[in-house]
Design a protein around this ligand. Structure first.
Ligand SMILES: [Zn+2]
Ligand SMILES: [Zn+2]
Length: 255
C-alpha cells in the first residue's frame, strides 16, 4: 500500500507511513497546545498574536471578539470531534451516538495518541484538513509581520516565511511541506557556495545565527589563529566557516 499523504510504500493495512503518522500526531499535539493562546486571541483589544500578547488601543472601537478566530476555533472543534469519531469507528455524521464531552484540547490529544491514527481509511484526508487548519492557526498566532523570510521553496523557489517557533513551513504556491531548518540551511549554503562572499567574524556570526547556526565571533577568530581558517584581505569566506562548522557528515544530510 502507498501512504495517502506522501505516496511512499508502507505496510499493508496502513493509510499513512510511519513518518506521516508521526507528523500527523505532532500537528494534532501542537494544535492542542495552541488552543489556549487561540482563545486568548479572541479578544480583539489584544494585539493579535504570540504567546505574550500586548494590549493595544485601537483607533476605532473594536469588535469585542475576533470573528475570524471564533470561526477557526469552531472549525477546529468540529473537525477534531469528527476525526475522533472516525477513529473510533462511529459514523462521522451520526454525532448523536457520541456521548463524549471532552474539551477541544483533550479531543486533539486523544486523536494524536489514537492507535488507529495511521490505519483508518480517511487518514490522508484528515491529515490534509488538519494541516490546513494548523496553518490558519499559525497565521492567527504568528501574524505575517512576525514571520520572517527564511529562504526559498525547494520546488518552486517562492520565498517562504516562518515564525520563530515553526518547525515546518508549507509553500503557499505549490503546497510543498518542508522543514524550516532545511530551508534556512539551504539558503545559507547558497551564500556559502559563492566563495567570493566575505565578511568579518561578526557579520558571519550574525548571518549564521539567522539560520539557526551558532558560531561566535571568538570561535571564528580562534579558527584563524589555529590555522584552520584563512583570512583574506576582505575578510573570511562564508564557505570556509560553513565547512568548518557543519563538517562533512552534516553537509550530506542537508539537501
Ligand atoms: Zn507518508
Ligand atoms: Zn513551492
Amino acid at each position: 500500500m502507498n501512504c495517502q499523504n506522501c505516496r511512499t510504500m508502507t505496510e499493508e493495512g496502513c493509510s499513512l507511513c510511519e513518518t506521516c503518522e508521526m507528523r500527523f500526531a505532532g500537528t494534532l499535539l501542537r494544535l492542542a497546545r495552541d488552543v489556549t493562546p487561540l482563545h486568548d486571541s479572541l479578544d480583539a483589544t489584544l494585539h493579535p498574536g504570540g504567546h505574550s500578547p500586548v494590549r493595544i488601543q485601537t483607533a476605532t472601537p473594536p469588535t469585542p471578539i475576533r470573528l475570524d478566530v471564533l470561526d477557526l476555533i469552531d472549525m477546529l472543534d468540529a473537525t477534531a470531534r469528527e476525526l475522533w469519531r472516525c477513529l473510533d469507528g462511529i459514523d462521522a455524521l451520526d454525532w448523536r451516538k457520541d456521548k463524549r464531552n471532552e474539551d477541544l484540547k483533550a479531543t486533539l490529544i486523544a486523536c494524536a495518541g489514537h492507535p488507529r491514527l495511521a490505519t483508518f481509511t480517511d487518514a490522508g484526508l484528515y491529515m490534509h484538513v488538519i494541516n490546513d487548519l494548523a496553518r490558519k492557526v499559525d497565521t492567527v498566532l504568528d501574524p505575517p509581520e512576525q514571520r520572517r523570510e527564511i529562504g526559498t521553496c525547494e520546488l518552486c523557489e517562492t520565498m517562504l516565511t516562518a515564525g520563530a517557533a515553526d518547525q515546518w513551513v508549507t509553500c503557499p504556491v505549490c503546497g510543498r511541506e518542508q522543514r524550516a531548518q532545511t530551508v534556512k540551511l539551504r539558503r545559507l549554503k547558497t551564500l556559502c557556495w559563492d566563495d567570493s562572499e566575505r565578511g568579518s567574524a561578526a557579520d558571519i556570526s550574525k548571518a549564521f545565527a539567522v539560520s539557526g547556526l551558532k558560531v561566535s565571533r571568538k570561535t571564528i577568530t580562534t579558527w584563524e589563529q589555529r590555522g584552520k581558517l584563512p583570512r583574506h584581505a576582505d575578510g573570511y569566506a562564508y564557505c570556509d566557516v560553513y565547512r568548518l562548522l557543519i563538517g562533512p557528515d552534516l553537509t550530506k544530510s542537508v539537501r
